[in-house]
Design a protein around this ligand. Structure first.
Ligand code: FAD
Length: 376
């Protein structure tokens, strides 16, 4: 029996495996992909994510991440720009996730790649290459569900979002215009983010409501026309060279906090398995990393799923609610236009919104620093 089985070698899983292995625990990390891979993500690393990564020995700058210190919001012909209230980075998930899984292995976690978990039955994890048992199972499969005995599968999100991503080599002038800036373009039924990442690449990532996708049609050309109906987007993407053969896509994005798990608390959900914040705010990676720190610290301190649940709720629930309210508000045409005009007239409101939709600052020891945390 292992001390911990970690299912999923993304940000949350690799971070948790790394921390637990550093604490001397016997950890097995299981990742279904056998090699580095791209993921649908805006690749905007906010200040808290960077703080957590540095604690793990991963420096976004050393990996080629590009600093981002401004936000540009566009809706129709209205454009607003403001400084971010913190320094952020653009870094691809291809590079970042690989660095983190390598850290987990260096710390002493056993990493098995190319192994898919098919089912979790309490403390038993069943994979396509055999079963494993752990005192704790940390579920970190991101947006992908895993069958769990005794837990009802989550349904299809009603008119949920579908996400897309493509990397580009921009024309030189466009790359200079975008440099140091995260650009968010708001539309009816979705939004798009565009920013630079490492090696002179730009990342275009967007989400659309399923109903809108059905109207536009699933064709990539038609989707790009929809994005480029916005002049500011068109100006940056004109003559851009796509760097993937085809766009990456992910369906059925269900934002919000996942339902509580019944049972004996053997399974601890991390990252997107615990909850998915509105992607517009670019803070999902921070929450994933934070959940890993909280879970690792709880297990190290001999505490279990219940204490972890309380800590993660206290730190991230309100952030997710604020971020979701913000995303829903911007979906309404009148509020969206009013918000963009306000941001153009008073750029500090944009800076304020960027601050308000983040996790709080770093807490050194979440278990000891929080009053009222008791052992299970
Ligand atoms: C459109 C969009 C844009 C976003 N933009 C941003 C942004 O700009 N900034 C930001 O901070 N956040 C952003 N996010 C959120 C961010 O991507 C997620 O919150 C973050 O990736 C969650 O990390 P995770 O470790 O929980 O899951 P993931 O990073 O998804 O990792 C899950 C891992 O589990 C593995 N896995 C899955 N199933 C199995 C299985 N059965 N067996 C074994 N392994 C398995 C997968 O291969 C994967 O490696 C965005 C999200 C979306 C949808």
């Amino acid at each position: 029996m292992r001390d911990a089985l970690v299912v999923g070698g993304g940000l949350a899983g690799s971070a948790a495996a790394c921390l637990l292995a550093r604490a001397g625990k016997d950890v097995l990390l299981i990742e279904r992909e056998s090699a580095p891979h791209h993921k649908v993500c805006g690749e905007f690393l906010s200040v808290e994510a960077v703080a957590h990564l540095r604690k793990l020995g991963v420096d976004p700058l050393a990996l080629g991440g590009v600093p981002i210190d401004r936000i540009r919001l566009v809706s129709g012909a209205v454009e607003a720009e403001a400084p971010l209230p913190f320094g952020a980075f653009g870094l691809s998930r291809y590079v970042l996730d690989e660095a983190l899984i390598a850290r987990a292995a260096e710390a002493g976690a056993e990493v098995r790649r190319g192994v898919r978990v098919a089912e979790i039955d309490g403390r038993i994890v069943r994979t396509n290459q055999g079963d494993h048992e752990g005192a704790h199972v940390l579920l970190a499969t991101g947006k992908l569900p895993v069958r769990e005995k005794g837990v009802a599968p989550s349904g299809r999100a009603e008119n949920g979002f579908v996400g897309f991503k493509m990397h580009y080599r921009l024309a030189p002038l466009a790359a200079r215009r975008l440099s140091g800036t995260i650009m968010l373009a708001l539309f009816d039924g979705g939004y798009a983010g565009l920013q630079m990442v490492e090696a002179g690449r730009a990342n275009l990532c967007f989400v659309v409501r399923r109903t809108l996708l059905a109207r536009i049609g699933g064709d990539w050309g038609a989707l790009l026309d929809w994005i480029c109906a916005n002049d500011a987007m068109q100006a940056l993407l004109a003559d851009a060279e796509p760097l993937f053969d085809r766009p990456l896509t992910i369906a059925n994005l269900a934002y919000g906090i996942a339902a509580k798990r019944p049972g004996n608390g053997a399974v601890i959900p991390l990252g997107d398995q615990w909850g998915m914040t509105a992607s517009l705010t670019g803070d999902g990676m921070s929450i994933a990393l934070r959940s890993a720190f909280l879970a690792a610290r709880c297990l190290e301190a001999g505490e279990g799923a219940a204490t972890y649940g309380r800590l993660v709720d206290a730190e991230a629930k309100a952030q997710i609610r604020r971020a979701m309210a913000f995303q829903y508000a911007l979906e309404r045409p009148l509020l969206r236009q009013a918000g963009c005009h306000l941001a153009r007239l008073l750029p500090w409101t944009l800076t304020f919104a960027a601050r308000a939709t983040r996790l709080r600052e770093w807490v050194e020891d979440p278990v000891e620093d929080r009053p009222g945390t008791t052992a299970n």
